[in-house]
Design a protein around this ligand. Structure first.
Ligand SMILES: Cc1ncc(COP(=O)(O)O)c(C=O)c1O
Length: 407
């Protein structure tokens, strides 16, 4: 079906088909510019007004009495926020600390992990670029190397596990594995990967940048050596809030950079007083978790997963793209339910070149007011659509019209 400014997917099974009003559509709760379409929650998140107000409240306490705040109030308050984060992720109370972002979490592990000459660090070809750069730098410093395991786009869980296991040698010390990949929006079966690699004597750092909120995360079940993930993506906490989990046997090894005033207390406290910084993002994590708690995380995931699937389908139909082999659909052991709230549409005819992809993304923004992301991976340009509670079906219908007119 085509109208002037919308394309509607025929035969849809969406959240609206049941005739039930979409009670989880709440654009009024975010301060997003209503003149634009925001279809890229995955990259930088978006902070609800209520969570921004909580952050502002903390800032006002800090500015009302800087000395009292830093001397007496901050660290006890941070402990409350940290324990809320531990509970949300299934971490034991000594297992999780706050970091600025997943990049910092990965960096802290790479800076302390005892690599020596000849060792190998294993990653996949979906690895986040900044993480790969960090791994290479840590390896080069000591004469170790980085080994890349190719994993096909949309690989099954068995294939993903096998691809990593196939690259393990007797020199593999550390593997860095995404829980949800960035450019390819693929959920890897990290529980199986962690178990398989640990069995072979390899420590595993799970890069869970996208995982909190997008998937259920239970670190007591996952049992990684290390895990990092963002509160500022899917839980919609202010930017600069992320977690770093370290398994007990590594807690004496992983330290903070810069070295903090609480260094002597060891992990997790050694990360919590890195000089004079604005910690209001960390302090606002509980408010962000409570914000979604009113609907329940599984209801939010179901709704957003169904909406992203609709968005994927309506754009794919408009441009004749085949999404049958794309990752993120329901059913995989790591996804379940309605699937991920972040889906791919391959763009036929678009050069698989970051400059061309960025140019198309910018035209969507400049000419149509649509914020999106187009990544290049495996010789293809991949449009990645996200769904959050401020999105609805019509947003993707407008995206479909825009993409079709630009191809
Ligand atoms: C897989 C993965 N790792 C790491 C990062 C970096 O996250 P941050 O920018 O919050 O450090 C991202 C960001 O999208 C990501 O997708």
């Amino acid at each position: 079906l085509v109208s002037d400014d919308r394309i509607v997917s025929a035969g849809v099974t969406t959240i609206d088909d049941s005739g039930v009003a979409d009670r989880l559509y709440h654009p009024e709760l975010w301060p997003l510019d209503p003149k634009l379409l925001h279809l890229n929650h995955g990259s930088f998140g978006a902070v609800p007004s209520a969570v921004l107000a909580e952050q502002q409240r903390w800032r006002e306490r800090m500015e009302g009495n800087p000395t009292g705040f830093f001397r007496r109030e901050l660290q006890p308050a941070l402990e409350g926020a940290r324990l809320a984060a531990c509970a949300f992720l299934g971490a034991d109370a000594g297992g999780l600390t706050f970091v600025q972002n997943s990049t910092s979490g990965v960096g802290a592990v790479l800076a302390s992990f005892p690599l020596v000459a000849g060792d190998e660090v294993l990653v996949t070809d979906h690895v986040y670029a900044a993480v790969l750069f960090g791994a290479r730098k840590a390896a080069e410093r000591v004469g170790a190397s980085v080994v890349v395991a190719p994993v096909a786009l949309g690989a099954s869980d068995d294939e993903a596990v096998a691809a990593l296991v196939a690259k393990v040698t007797d020199r593999t010390r550390l593997a860095i594995v995404d829980q949800v990949t960035s450019a390819t929006a693929q959920a890897f079966p990290v529980a199986r990967i962690v178990a398989a690699l640990q069995d072979r004597g390899v420590a595993v750092l799970v890069d869970g940048a996208h995982a909190p909120g997008l998937l259920p995360v239970d670190l007591s079940v996952l049992r990684p050596d290390f895990w990092t993930g963002n509160f500022h993506k899917w839980p919609c906490s202010p930017r600069g809030s992320a977690g770093l989990f370290v398994a007990e046997r590594w807690r004496g090894t992983v330290g903070s950079f810069p070295v903090s005033w609480r260094e002597d207390e060891g992990f997790p406290y050694s990360f919590l007083l890195p000089g004079t910084v604005d910690s209001s993002a960390w302090l606002s994590v509980p408010a962000a978790l409570e914000f979604f708690g009113r609907w329940g995380w599984s209801a939010v995931r179901e709704r957003n997963g169904a909406l992203a699937a609709y968005g994927q389908r309506v754009v794919a139909e408009a441009i004749g793209a085949d999404v049958s082999g794309m990752p993120g659909n329901a059913g995989g052991s790591a996804v379940g339910g309605a699937g991920l709230a972040m889906r791919l549409v391959p763009l036929p005819g678009v050069l698989a070149d970051p400059v061309a992809a960025d140019a198309l993304r910018d035209r969507l923004a400049d000419e149509f007011g649509i914020e999106s992301v187009i990544n290049v991976w495996g010789g293809r340009a991949l449009l990645r659509v996200s769904a959050q509670l401020y999105n609805r079906e019509a947003d993707y219908e407008r995206l479909a019209v825009a993409v079709r007119s630009l191809l």
